[in-house]
Design a protein around this ligand. Structure first.
Ligand code: ADP
Ligand code: MG
Length: 810
């Protein structure tokens, strides 16, 4: 160890401030170089790499060659608008996602200038003394100078999933997970010089497409295929009728642009990314786009008690002491908390017990420790009394401590525990627990050479209060209204857990409470048949969370599960939405989909509300955009079947496409939450349900029938093609605008953006019809008041259709 310290020119007290600065200048920061973001110009140019855009550019060149500069200009303008919209969307999504990444800062615990400090892992330098605890992730390559049963998972490097015991002198690689034990290491290598830095590519995860993106992508492909077939047929028909090649080509391409929902994936990603940003501002950091949509469909939340539903600010409020002096001794020494002024370092239970022992002095040297963990629910320390004798001190869950006791210490009289004393103590435990107190039992013995934790002498109990969080009760109630079941999972005593669960409304009349021990004995069938009724899990071990998640999921539930320790990681991974705590271990945060910065249950509920809002908004614009695509295709098919000329020209089709991908669609994605968002049961994750697809088809059909009838009627009554086309085109645009209103939310927030989008598009439509310069470009002509009345009446059928469908189709 001396050797290692001198190799890295450091000391057990750590580096000095000035030395840290000197070394940071010399070695740089402890960062793995991330992939450089694509330069903006490349991002912009990449928007042009698209078949539709390429076809449009070819069409523009072709019309220039035949001298049709107006059409060429229109097409190029459409290309530019499309690429700008695409670029802005992609840029905003990228920014939103990378800002979120910056919120997840890696921390490291170091000793510098003989003081323990928490710093950003990027500020570590060679020679720093790093403290590793259960659940932490090694922030650099270290060499161990102290180890207490330190077990590490290095599977990311070796593929070996078995935890490896690390001893003094061993290397710990950056990103290794500490599975158990603790240790101290000297930083040996940082940043790109670390083992993981050398193979940096493998840790750069790619963002996977969410199921929704995949499904929407599929729908897009199906529509595109249909659109392409229709376009080819139209192309052939027009050619056969002797229309010029260039004109036919332009028509076919513009039609394809209007009929293919090419803008959809980008809006989708952007909406999800902005949703993540919004959630982060209310303290829920969602790590994957995937979870945003899953959150909205969550059906069950399994929540930890301590710190999530309760304040985790504990204090001793009751005591039952058989030997006060001995209990205070155990409180003081079998304790890993320290209190510096008002600040507590260490766990809250230890802190409260240390406060309880305030004023009591003892300085027996600690020579060993059997640490606390969530499986054992007790801890033991061993101290030297004099050169020959040692004393063993234990505290923990009272019934577990009592099980290991053979005697009680009645103010100095050591007596064997008989059935009666045992019953007395158990009654006392129940009594305190029923008042929602966390009860801790105390015991000791003088070292007798036998196992440390047996034949102990019981000295007393204390009861700690941990008040429920202020807003937890309301959040639980919100969940119940929203059809989301809440289950409490805790390591605490059955009675304590039940009392708090009752208080919060989690445990109801017909609900059941089960202990980890009882759960263990249930067969899978027995458990499955009662799982829905179980509302509180007490004295559970983290490994059992896995079984809980699996069983609930097997019934088709979407399960959110909270956790903070290393042992929670598998269950967090397994859960539909793994939720880690901001103050939890690195390992739990890594396995989770969402991190609660404020460790607060009500934040999960806020995130679910946000998820439901996003889900609704996505449904709005998908429905809006796709029904327009369907409408455009069906209109073209209909007019062709009736042997009529095409109702829209290329410029008009391109304008339709911009109305569709532009303001109305974008603003539909920004609507507020529906008034009943948290008053209705969760929906299945599927946005494109059969009902929705049917609605989309019917909306498209209504547009197509109306447009085809009005167009043919105008032609039949001798209107010029130009006039008939202007009316059909305007009707189709008004259909879109009213269909956007169909999609708006019934929300407390006003839909002003949707109204503005619709109004703006309508004004532009008026300009296109009445402004002479634009009339030339779009080949339109003014329409009169009677024609407007007809348009208004026919277009309003889309509102009626939606109203009827709201009643009939679910
Ligand atoms: P929770 O699941 O509510 O977070 P914990 O895992 O923190 O519960 O604690 C479970 C049980 O372990 C407690 O009910 C208590 O009996 C015991 N325990 C917790 N902290 C300590 C401690 N510092 N010392 C001894 N026993 C403890
Ligand atoms: Mg805990």
């Amino acid at each position: 160890m001396k050797n290692q310290l001198s190799t890295f020119e450091t000391s057990p007290e750590g580096l000095s401030k000035s030395e840290v600065i000197r070394r940071q200048e010399k070695y740089g920061l402890n960062k793995i170089n991330e992939e450089k973001p694509t330069p903006l110009i490349i991002l912009f140019l990449s928007q042009f790499v698209d078949i539709l855009i390429a076809l449009l550019i070819i069409a523009a060149i072709a019309s220039m060659i035949i001298g049709d500069f107006i059409d060429a200009g229109v097409i190029l303008l459409a290309v530019l608008l499309n690429t700008i919209i695409g670029f802005i969307q992609e840029y905003r999504s990228r920014n939103a996602v990378s800002n979120l990444k910056d919120l997840i800062v890696k921390k490291a615990i170091v000793r510098r200038e003989n003081e323990i400090q928490e710093i950003n892992a990027s500020e570590l330098t060679i020679g720093d003394i790093v403290i590793l605890e259960e659940g932490s992730k090694s922030p650099a390559d270290l060499v161990l100078i102290e180890s207490k049963d330190l077990n590490c998972d290095e599977s990311f490097l070796t593929g070996e999933s078995e935890a490896i015991l690390k001893e003094i002198g061993d290397d710990i690689y950056m990103e290794s997970n500490v599975i158990s034990g603790h240790g101290i290491g000297i930083v040996k290598n940082i940043g790109m010089k670390t083992e993981i830095g050398k193979i940096a590519e493998i840790i750069q995860e790619k963002e996977e497409a969410t199921p929704l993106e995949i499904r929407v992508g599929k729908l897009g492909k199906i529509l595109s295929a249909i659109a392409i077939i229709v376009c080819i047929i139209i192309f052939a028909l027009e050619l056969l009728q002797g229309v010029g090649l260039v004109e036919t080509f332009m028509t076919a391409v513009s039609l394809a642009v209007a009929a293919i929902p090419e803008g959809l994936p980008a809006v989708l990603t952007l909406t999800l990314a902005l949703g993540m940003t919004e959630m982060a501002s209310s303290n829920a950091i969602v790590k994957r786009l995937l979870s945003v949509e899953t959150l909205g469909s969550c059906t069950i939340i399994c929540s930890d008690k301590t710190g999530t539903l309760t304040e985790n600010k504990m204090s001793v409020v009751e005591e039952y002491l058989l030997n006060k002096d001995k209990t205070l001794l155990i409180s003081k020494l079998c304790n890993n908390a320290t209190i510096k002024g008002d600040k507590l370092i260490g766990n809250q239970t230890d802190g409260a017990i240390l406060n309880f022992a305030e004023g009591y002095e003892s300085s027996l040297e600690r020579i060993d420790e059997i640490p606390l963990n969530s499986n054992r629910k007790m801890m033991t320390t061993i101290h030297r009394l004099d050169s020959e004798n040692k004393i063993i001190l234990s505290k923990g869950a009272p019934e577990i401590i009592l099980d290991k006791c053979k005697y009680i210490d009645n103010d100095g009289n050591i007596e064997i525990i008989n059935a009666k004393t045992k019953e007395n103590i158990l009654n006392k435990i129940n009594e305190m627990s029923e008042k929602a107190l966390r009860v801790i039992g105390f015991a000791y013995k003088f070292d007798d050479g036998a196992k440390a934790e047996e034949n102990l002498i019981f000295t007393g109990l204390v009861g700690l209060i941990d008040p429920p969080k202020q807003n937890a009760k309301k959040a639980v109630n919100d969940c119940i209204n929203a059809g989301i079941a809440v289950k409490m999972i805790t390591g605490d005593h059955e009675k304590t857990a039940s009392a708090i669960a009752k208080n919060l409304g989690i445990l109801t009349e017909k609900g059941r409470v089960i202990t980890g021990h009882e759960l263990e004995k249930l067969t899978d069938e027995e458990y499955l048949s009662s799982v829905e009724d179980i509302q509180v899990y007490a004295r559970v071990k983290p490994a059992q969370k896995m079984r809980i998640v699996e069983t609930l999921k097997s019934l088709g539930n979407i399960v959110a599960m909270t956790g903070d320790g290393v042992n929670d990681a598998p269950a967090l991974k397994k859960a539909s939405i793994g939720v880690a705590m901001g103050n939890g271990t690195d390992v739990s945060k890594e396995s989770a989909d969402m991190i609660l910065q404020d460790n607060d249950f009500s934040t999960i509920v806020k995130a679910i509300k946000e998820g439901r809002k996003i889900y609704d908004n996505i449904k709005r614009f998908v429905k809006f955009q796709v029904s327009t695509n369907v409408g455009a295709i069906l209109t073209i098919v209909g007019t062709s079947l009736l042997n009529l000329p095409l109702p829209f020209n290329p410029a008009q089709l391109l304008w339709l496409n911009i109305v569709m991908d532009g303001p109305p669609a974008q603003t539909l994605g920004m609507e507020g939450a529906e008034k009943d968002t948290m008053k209705r049961p969760p929906e299945t994750g599927d946005i494109l349900t059969k009902g929705t697809l049917l609605q989309i088809f019917i909306l498209g059909l209504v547009m197509a029938i109306g447009t085809t009838i009005i167009f043919s009627w105008e032609i039949y009554n001798g209107a010029t093609t130009k006039k008939a086309m202007t009316i059909a085109f305007t009707l189709f645009v008004v259909y879109q605008l009213l269909n956007a209103l169909n999609g708006k939310a019934n929300s407390d927030k006003s839909s002003k953006y949707v109204y503005l989008g619709v109004l703006g598009s309508f004004i532009l439509q008026l300009l296109i019809i009445y402004l002479p310069q634009l009339q030339v470009i779009f080949r339109t002509t003014a329409i009169d008041i009677t024609e407007w009345v007809i348009i208004a009446i026919v277009a309003s059928t889309i509102l009626v259709a939606q109203k009827i469908m709201n009643k009939v189709i679910k």
